[in-house]
Design a protein around this ligand. Structure first.
Ligand code: FES
Length: 75
């Protein structure tokens, strides 16, 4: 992973929908997994759901201590 600073991406999350957050940085569909981790032999995605519709800022720098959410670690 490079030292480039990646800002979080704001997304509208839907209640009870299953999401796959990219943990490996190789996805072209950040902040979500596009399957690239398989070819890269990298870490698999983190699956998560939310209990209510909400807007959230998801981490793209992959340094957050609260995945998949941004905790300000990119700064
Ligand atoms: S592409 Fe990064 S976890 Fe799947």
């Amino acid at each position: 992973m490079s030292d480039t600073v990646y800002s979080p991406i704001g997304v509208d999350l839907e209640k009870d929908k299953k999401y796959s957050w990219c943990t490996c940085s190789h996805s072209s569909n950040q902040p979500f997994c596009d399957g690239s981790h398989r070819a890269e032999k990298a870490t698999p995605p983190l699956s998560f759901m939310v209990e209510e519709d909400k807007k959230a800022f998801l981490c793209t720098c992959k340094k957050t201590s609260n995945p998949p959410y941004c905790d300000g670690s990119h700064k």
